[in-house]
Design a protein around this ligand. Structure first.
Ligand code: PRF
Ligand code: ZN
Length: 378
């Protein structure tokens, strides 16, 4: 048994996922290191300090620069970045569509131009699985198409049908790769991805089909791509009940602390998002009383830490005034300290969520946290 469902409260799940790289306590936030580095000069030693359980990297980025073959030759991604805990790699499906100069989508896969040097590259389910196998990640995501939020019904139907066919090919290819002598992680796990934009009936149909493949986990993709928060919650209300409750459910690329609380309430257990690192690089920091913009003049003489009582490396040692000074002086340390605090804030919130679920008090915790964060700034 890979996933243990420890406790439920309404639809919310408290679980534990066992992998060859250690246990993941869920709900969990995965810290995004697109190119095998968390932006903002955050090292893997830092990740250990800020309660990160899972690091997330991208197939597409590592394929176009440095290259998965070289990383395999050097012993795989875990060894390369000195991180021995779980790593999830995204399949490239989404990044190809959002970043690269696309493209032709065909049954076999996608042709696109690299955003680094413009070179023409082909990626389909087999290529994506091969790259992720070379990287040796703990969890590999299926190769999917993420249709735009506003795509028409007919387009979404055809796209989802193709994503399903691609999933069968991913499963077969991963089984083949995992059985090869020289494979770095022979126990690599494949997560399927549910798509269907905001059409609940298409999503439900798709969820039923992919659930039959008995994969170790399932993601809900294609959200947070331009639809409203209410639409996103509505999709989760409808589709999560059709994904296996005894497997992890991963909401890709989401989101704000409030989005995460709402999604946990709807049965999601894995998350990832660039917000904490991206906001940190812009001097925007999270607190339990709302977000602060440290560039604001009012912090010029503020000798308090970003958040009173926060145990992160930043708040343990530095004041708002000092971090503001670093940001204004464009010193890299300013960004780094903000990113460390933000990731610690996210990882700590997940810990609080798990504790609240353990105690059967998630509903009360969620309300308190949302109310307090909405209070605004201090
Ligand atoms: N598919 C994949 N990765 C993703 C997404 C998706 O739909 C999203 C959508 N929010 C983020 N990352 N493969
Ligand atoms: Zn802090």
């Amino acid at each position: 048994m890979k996933y243990e469902l420890l406790k439920t409260e309404g639809r919310a799940k408290r679980g534990r996922f066992h992998t060859v790289h250690g246990v993941i306590e869920t709900p969990v936030f995965m810290n995004v290191g697109t190119v095998a580095a968390i932006k903002g000069a955050v090292s893997t030693d830092d990740l250990r300090e800020i309660k990160c359980q899972v690091e997330l990297s991208n197939t597409y980025h590592l394929h176009v620069r440095t290259g998965d073959k070289l990383i395999k030759e050097l012993g795989g991604l875990h060894k390369f970045m000195n991180w021995d805990r779980p790593i999830l790699t995204d399949s490239g499906g989404f990044q190809v569509f959002s970043l690269a100069g696309i493209r032709k989508i065909k049954e076999e896969g996608v042709t696109f131009n690299s955003h680094i040097d413009g070179r023409k590259i082909f990626m389909g389910p087999e290529e994506s699985m091969q790259i992720q196998s070379n990287l040796g990640s703990t969890i590999a995501m299926a190769f999917d198409e993420c249709p735009p939020a506003l795509a028409e019904r007919k387009y979404v139907e055809d796209s989802v049908a193709r994503t399903t066919r691609w999933l069968y090919r991913c499963k077969e290819e991963m089984a083949r790769l995992n059985s090869l002598e020289k494979t770095i992680n022979k126990e690599q796990l494949l997560f399927g991805i549910n798509q269907g934009a905001v059409f609940n009936d298409i999503r439900i149909e798709h969820a039923k089909i992919i659930s039959e493949l008995d994969l170790p986990g399932y993601a809900v993709g294609g959200l947070a791509v331009g639809e409203s928060h209410e639409q996103m919650y509505d999709v989760l209300d409808h589709v999560v009940p059709y994904l296996p409750q005894n497997k992890p459910t991963y909401l890709m690329g989401v989101g704000t602390p409030a989005n995460i609380l709402e999604a946990v309430d709807r049965g999601v257990d894995f998350f990832d998002c660039v917000y904490p690192s991206r906001n940190g690089r812009h001097g925007h920091v999270y607190t339990n009383h709302g977000k602060l913009n440290l560039f604001n003049q009012k912090f010029e003489k503020d000798m308090r830490p970003i958040e009173e009582g926060c145990g992160c490396p930043t708040c343990r040692s530095y004041s708002r005034a000092y971090v503001r000074h670093l940001l204004k002086a464009k010193e890299m340390l300013g960004m780094r300290l903000c990113v460390l605090h933000n990731l610690y804030f996210y990882n700590t919130m997940m810990e609080e969520i798990r504790d609240a679920l353990d105690a059967g008090e998630f509903a009360a915790y969620k309300k308190r946290k949302l109310d307090s964060m909405a209070q605004g700034q201090d």
